[in-house]
Design a protein. Structure first.
Lengths: 430, 598
C-alpha cells in the first residue's frame, strides 16, 4: 500500500498550465522578459490567484462548496448527491493535496450518512473500509472512528475486531503522531476488554457461575490490565480508562495496586493538572474507609485546583469536625472561596456551614479578627454579590431559612455598612 | 514469479479494492496492500510432466497476452488525428457542412504535419512514437500499424494517411528510435509545434473560421464543455490497438477546458506557424460577420430587434462593416479576430450610446418613456433588466450546479505505466464504491445531463420552459427623437474609461481595479454578456475598450513608447478619479454622422 501512495504520478500540467487564472498567467509571461525590460515599472497584479487551478479542481472546489452549503442547511439528500459527484476528487492525479481531500471525503460522507434515514451499517462499513485503505496516513484514525461507530451501535465484538486490526497494523517508521494514535488504540482496546469483562460479570452474577466463565472473565482482565498498566504510565488524561482499571483491580481485591495507580495519576508532576485524578483518589479512599486526615490531604490538593468543587463542602465539614483552631480557619477560607462563585450563592448547606464555622470562631476570639482579615479583600464586592435588597426578596421567596442564616451573618461579614439586605427584611416584616 | 501467476487474476480485493495480488508461501493469494488472504490458490503446474512441452506452451501463451496488451507502435500525431477526426465527426453530426472536415480541417492538419515535420517530408521527426514495453520490433507488427493508420480519414476520400503511412514505411530507420529518451522529448515539448489537446481546438476553430461556419470560438468551447464535442475523455475513443502508455500519454490527459483567451492565442500562433494563405472573405452575409452575429446576441439577450439598426450604424462608425477587417490574411491582416467578443462589445457600446448606462440616464429616459401612451409596445429598460436579471441569476445557478456535478474522469482508466495502473485502478475502485453507496442513498441521478446543443443561452417567448416573455418586437421610440426627418438618440452624453491603450506586455487588465468605480448597470451588462459567451468579465471589458478606441479613432501606440504611454495613462486616470466621475464627453459631433435617414 505504501508503494502506491508514495508513488506520485507526474503532475499533469502538460496540457495547459494556466487556465482559469488568465491574468496571472499574463503576469508570468511578463517575468520572462529580458532583464533590461524588467526595470520598467510593472503593473500591479490585478487578479492573481493563490494557485493555478484547472477546471477539474474548480469543479471539485465548487462541488465541495455545494456539499458544505447543503450540510449547513441540513439538506442531507442534496448533500449526498453532491458528495457522490465529489468522490472523483479521489482520482486526482496531482497528489499534492490528496491527503486533506481523503479526510474530507471520509469525514463528510460519514457525517452525511449519520443524517440519512436509510443508511445501513453496510454503507458505513463500505465508506470506512474504502477510505481506510485509500492511504496509510489516516488508517489508524479511521479504524478508531470505525470502532467508535460500532461501539455506539452496540456492536462491541465488531468494534473490538476493528481495534485489534488497527493494533496489529504496522507501517514503516512510527512517526510521533502515529505513536500517539497507537497508544489511543491500545487504550480503547483495553476499554473494550473491560466492557466485555463487565458483561461477563453481570451474567455471572445473574445466574450460577461456572468456573470456566470466571476464568474467561479473568482473561479479559489480564488482557486489559497489561495494556492499561503500560498506558497509564504515559502522561495524559486517562480518566475513563483509569476508572475501568481501578474497578477491575478492586474486584480482584488488589487495592494496593489501585491506590498506587491513582496516587501516581494524581501526584505525578509530568501529568497535566487534572482535578478528576484527585476526585477519583478521594472516592477510592472513601470507599475503603481511610481516616479523615488522608481524605483532607487529597481534598486540599483539589481545593487548589478547583475552589468551587462540590467536594469542598465535604472538605470544610471535615475540617470543622476535626475541631482544631487552624482547621477552622482553613474551613472559613474554603467556604468563603466557594461563595465567591455564583453557583453556590443560594446554597443553604454552604451558608449553614459558614454559620457554624463563624460561630465556632466567635466562641474562641472576641472580635473574630480572622473573619475580618479574610473579608477585607471581599468587602467591596460581596455586598453586591450576596446582600442586595433583590437577593433578600428572592431568598425570602424561595427559601426563608436561607434568608435567616444569611441575615444573621451580614453584620459579621460586612460590618459597618447599612446593609440593604436586612433593611429589606425590616420593611417586609413591618 | 508471483506476477506471472497473478497476472490473470484482475478481481479487486474485497477489503480495499486494490488489484495487487501476491502469493504466499502456502500458495494462497493475498492482497499486497491490505494483506487480505482470499480463497484462491495458485494453480500448480506439474513440472514433472514432460518438461519440454510445458515450456513451449507457456512461452506461446505468454507472448500472445503480451502482444495484445502492448498494442501497436504508433505516432503521437496519429493519436491526435483520431481525436481530431472524432471531434470533426461530432461537429458534422451537429450540422456543420461536410466540407469542413474533408476540405478544410484535413488540409490544415496535413499542413501542420508538414510544417512540424511529422509527415509529408523526406526527413520526419523520429521520436514521437508510442509503444508498450521493451522494443522488440518485428515486421508484422509494423504492417499492422500501417493498417491502423490507413483507416484514418479514408472514409472522407482523403489519401492523407495512406501517404503518411508510406512515408513511415520508406524511412525504415524509425524503428530504432526511442520515444522515451527524455532529452529529445523535453526539447520537443518546448518547441511550439508539439501537438496538444488545446491545439486540436485551435485547429478546429481555424477550420471553422475558414469554412465560415456560424460557430464562434465561445460556441465551440461550450460544445466541448457540454460534451457534444469529445475533448475531456477523447482518449477513450482511440482504437483498441493504440495503447496509451509512457509519459507522453499525459498529453492526452485532460483536466481542464482551455479558456477562450488561451485557445485564441493558440490559434493565432497556429496561423503564424502554418503560414496560412488569405482566408475566404467574411462577407456581411456570413454568420461570423458582426452584423448577423450581433443580431443573434441581441435575440439571445432579449433586446429589441430595432436596436440592430443602431448596432449597424455604430459598426460603420467603427469601420467594421468592411469585410476585409474580419478576414484573416497571413500577410496583410495577420490578427485573428475574436468575432464573438467583437459582436458583444458592439452591442454593449450601442446600449451605452442609446441609454447612457451611467446609473442615471437609463432610468431617467425610462421615466420619460413611461409617460408615453403606448406602453405595451415600448422597450422599457427597467422591465428588460428585471426580466433578464431573473433569468441570468437562474442560469448562473444552473451553470454553477452543472460545474459542480461535472464528472471529469472517463469510463476507461487513464494510466501511464503498469505501476500507475495499480494506483489508478485502486483509486477508481475506492471512488466508485463510495459514490455508489452515496448514490444509492440519495437515489437521484448524479451526472449532468445537458440538453441538446443550442446556440442560445436563454429562451424568450410564450412557450413552456421559456425564461420570460419576448421583448424583441418592442419599439425604441422612447429613447429616440425625430427631428428634421433624422432619428437621433435622446441621450446625448457618453462616458468612457481612459481609452489610451497601454502595452499588453506590461499591463494586465485594469478591470479589477476599475470595477468598483464603474456604473453598476454597465457592470451588470458586462456580466450578462460574459455569461452568454462564458468568458471572464475583464476579457470582455478589454474588448469593449478596444471597440471604443475604434469608435473614437484612437490609434494603438508605438511599441517604443511604453513608459510615456504609462505616464500619460496614469495622469489621465487620476484626473478621472479626482473629478469622481468617469470623463464625460459630449456626443454632439458624432450625432450628425449617425443620423439615420428615414
Amino acid at each position: 500500500m505504501e508503494a502506491l501512495d508514495e508513488y506520485l504520478g507526474p503532475p499533469v500540467v502538460l496540457e495547459d498550465e494556466s487556465d482559469s487564472s488568465d491574468c496571472s498567467s499574463r503576469k508570468r509571461h511578463k517575468s520572462k522578459l529580458p532583464l533590461a525590460k524588467s526595470k520598467l515599472p510593472l503593473a500591479k497584479p490585478m487578479c492573481v490567484e493563490a494557485h493555478v487551478e484547472n477546471s477539474f479542481q474548480k469543479t471539485c472546489r465548487i462541488c465541495l462548496e455545494h456539499v458544505r452549503e447543503a450540510m449547513l442547511h441540513h439538506r442531507w439528500q442534496e448533500a449526498a448527491e453532491y458528495m457522490a459527484s465529489y468522490t472523483q476528487v479521489l482520482e486526482d492525479r496531482s497528489t499534492v493535496k490528496s491527503q486533506p481531500d481523503k479526510e474530507l471525503v471520509w469525514r463528510m460522507s460519514t457525517e452525511i450518512l449519520h443524517h440519512l434515514p436509510n443508511a445501513t451499517v453496510k454503507d458505513y462499513n463500505i465508506i470506512y473500509e474504502r477510505m481506510k485503505h485509500s492511504g496509510f496516513k489516516h488508517y489508524l484514525m479511521i479504524c478508531l472512528e470505525h470502532s467508535f461507530h460500532l461501539m455506539l451501535h452496540g456492536d462491541i465484538e465488531a468494534a473490538k475486531h476493528q481495534v485489534s486490526i488497527a493494533e496489529s497494523w504496522r507501517h514503516g517508521k512510527e512517526s510521533v503522531s502515529q505513536l500517539q494514535r497507537i497508544r489511543l488504540i491500545h487504550a480503547y482496546r483495553s476499554l473494550l476488554d473491560y466492557i466485555m469483562w463487565c458483561e461477563k460479570k453481570s451474567t455471572l452474577s445473574n445466574d450460577n457461575s461456572f468456573e470456566s466463565d470466571s476464568q474467561g472473565m479473568h482473561t479479559f482482565f489480564r488482557l486489559a490490565s497489561t495494556n492499561l498498566q503500560e498506558i497509564l504510565k504515559n502522561p495524559g488524561v486517562w480518566d475513563p480508562f483509569i476508572l475501568c482499571y481501578v474497578e477491575m483491580l478492586e474486584f480482584y481485591g488488589d487495592n494496593e495496586e489501585a491506590q498506587k495507580v491513582l496516587n501516581h495519576y494524581a501526584y505525578d508532576n509530568s501529568f497535566p493538572p487534572n482535578p478528576n485524578a484527585h476526585v477519583y483518589l478521594y472516592q477510592f479512599l472513601k470507599r475503603h474507609d481511610t481516616p479523615d486526615k488522608k481524605l483532607m490531604k487529597v481534598l486540599k490538593h483539589l481545593q487548589v485546583l478547583v475552589p468551587s468543587h462540590e467536594l469542598m463542602l465535604t472538605y470544610s465539614c471535615l475540617l470543622l469536625q476535626s475541631e482544631k483552631e487552624s482547621h477552622t480557619q482553613k474551613a472559613l477560607g474554603v467556604l468563603l472561596e466557594m461563595l465567591d462563585f455564583q453557583c453556590w450563592r443560594s446554597n443553604l448547606d454552604v451558608w449553614k456551614c459558614l454559620h457554624a464555622v463563624i460561630h465556632q470562631l466567635l466562641q474562641r476570639e472576641e472580635r473574630a479578627t480572622s473573619v475580618q482579615t479574610q473579608m477585607a479583600v471581599r468587602n467591596d464586592w460581596w455586598p453586591a454579590l450576596h446582600f442586595t435588597s433583590f437577593h433578600a426578596k428572592k431568598d425570602l421567596e424561595e427559601n426563608s431559612e436561607l434568608f435567616e442564616v444569611k441575615a444573621s451573618l451580614v453584620e459579621i461579614l460586612c460590618p459597618g455598612r447599612s446593609s440593604r439586605y436586612t433593611t429589606e427584611m425590616q420593611m417586609l416584616t413591618s | 514469479m508471483d506476477e506471472e501467476d497473478t497476472d490473470g487474476y484482475k478481481e479487486p480485493c474485497n477489503q480495499c479494492a486494490a488489484v495487487d495480488w501476491g502469493i504466499s508461501d502456502e500458495g494462497r493469494f493475498y492482497c499486497r496492500s491490505c494483506h487480505n488472504v482470499i480463497e484462491r490458490t495458485r494453480e500448480v503446474v506439474d513440472m514433472s510432466f514432460t518438461s519440454n512441452s510445458n515450456r513451449i506452451s507457456r512461452i506461446g501463451n505468454k507472448s500472445r497476452i503480451r502482444k495484445s496488451e502492448r498494442g501497436y507502435i504508433w505516432m503521437l500525431c496519429e493519436g491526435f488525428q483520431f481525436i481530431l477526426q472524432n471531434q470533426a465527426d461530432a461537429l458534422l453530426r451537429l450540422g456543420v457542412t461536410p466540407q469542413f472536415k474533408d476540405d478544410v480541417l484535413c488540409q490544415m492538419w496535413r499542413l501542420y504535419l508538414q510544417k512540424s515535420q511529422q509527415g509529408y517530408t523526406r526527413n520526419p521527426i523520429r521520436n514521437l512514437r508510442f509503444r508498450g514495453a521493451a522494443l522488440d520490433s518485428d515486421t508484422d507488427m509494423d504492417s499492422a500499424a500501417e493498417s491502423v493508420l490507413s483507416d484514418n480519414f479514408t472514409d472522407s476520400g482523403s489519401v492523407l494517411c495512406s501517404s503518411a503511412g508510406s512515408n513511415a514505411e520508406s524511412s525504415s530507420d524509425w524503428l530504432g528510435s526511442d520515444y522515451s529518451s527524455t532529452g529529445t522529448s523535453a526539447s520537443w515539448k518546448r518547441s511550439r509545434s508539439l501537438m496538444t489537446m488545446k491545439k486540436t481546438l485551435a485547429l478546429i476553430h481555424l477550420a471553422l473560421v475558414w469554412s465560415r461556419e456560424a460557430l464562434t470560438l465561445s460556441d465551440l468551447l461550450r460544445l466541448v464543455k457540454e460534451g457534444h464535442v469529445p475533448y475531456v475523455t477523447a482518449y477513450e475513443d482511440l482504437p483498441e490497438e493504440m495503447k496509451l502508455c509512457g509519459p507522453d500519454a499525459l498529453l492526452f490527459h485532460v483536466e481542464s477546458i482551455p479558456s477562450h483567451r488561451l485557445v485564441h492565442k493558440e490559434a493565432q500562433v497556429l496561423v503564424q506557424f502554418l503560414q496560412l494563405p488569405a482566408f475566404p472573405p467574411i462577407v456581411p452575409e456570413a454568420l461570423l460577420h458582426p452584423a448577423p452575429l450581433s443580431l443573434r446576441y441581441l435575440t439571445d439577450a432579449n433586446l429589441p430587434d430595432e436596436l440592430h439598426r443602431w448596432v449597424c450604424v455604430l459598426m460603420d462608425r467603427a469601420g467594421m462593416a468592411d469585410q476585409k477587417r474580419h478576414t484573416l490574411d497571413g500577410g496583410l491582416r495577420p490578427v485573428l479576430p475574436r468575432y464573438d467578443l467583437q459582436a458583444a462589445a458592439l452591442i454593449i457600446v450601442t446600449i451605452k450610446v442609446m441609454f447612457g448606462l451611467d446609473d442615471h440616464t437609463e432610468w431617467d429616459l425610462l421615466n420619460k418613456a413611461d409617460s408615453h401612451d403606448n406602453k405595451a409596445d415600448m422597450f422599457s429598460f427597467r422591465k428588460w433588466y428585471k426580466l433578464v436579471q431573473a433569468a441570468l441569476v437562474e442560469a448562473q445557478q444552473r451553470r454553477d450546479q452543472d460545474t459542480a456535478r461535472k464528472q471529469w474522469k472517463g469510463k476507461k482508466l487513464f494510466f501511464v505505466d503498469k505501476r500507475d495502473r495499480l494506483i489508478v485502478t485502486k483509486r477508481r475502485r475506492i471512488s466508485e464504491n463510495v459514490q455508489m453507496c452515496l448514490k444509492r442513498l440519495s437515489s437521484c441521478p448524479v451526472a449532468v445531463h445537458y440538453g441538446g446543443a443550442s446556440s442560445f443561452q436563454f429562451c424568450w417567448g410564450d412557450e413552456n420552459g421559456s425564461d420570460g416573455p419576448s421583448l424583441h418586437h418592442t419599439k425604441l421610440d422612447g429613447v429616440i427623437s425625430l427631428s428634421n426627418g433624422f432619428m437621433t438618440p435622446l441621450n446625448l452624453n457618453y462616458w468612457h474609461p481612459p481609452l489610451r491603450p497601454c502595452n499588453p506586455r506590461t499591463c494586465a487588465s485594469h478591470y479589477p481595479s476599475m470595477e468598483p468605480t464603474l456604473p453598476r448597470s454597465f457592470v451588470w451588462l458586462l456580466q450578462l454578456f460574459s455569461f452568454m459567451l462564458d468568458v471572464e468579465a475583464w476579457y470582455l471589458f478589454d474588448e469593449v475598450l478596444e471597440m471604443e478606441r475604434r469608435v473614437f479613432g484612437i490609434k494603438t501606440p508605438q511599441m517604443g513608447q511604453q513608459l510615456e504611454t504609462r505616464k500619460w495613462l496614469r495622469t489621465e486616470k487620476t484626473n478621472a478619479t479626482q473629478t469622481g466621475d468617469p470623463a464625460k464627453k459630449p456626443r454632439t459631433p458624432r450625432k450628425g454622422r449617425n443620423r439615420i435617414n428615414i
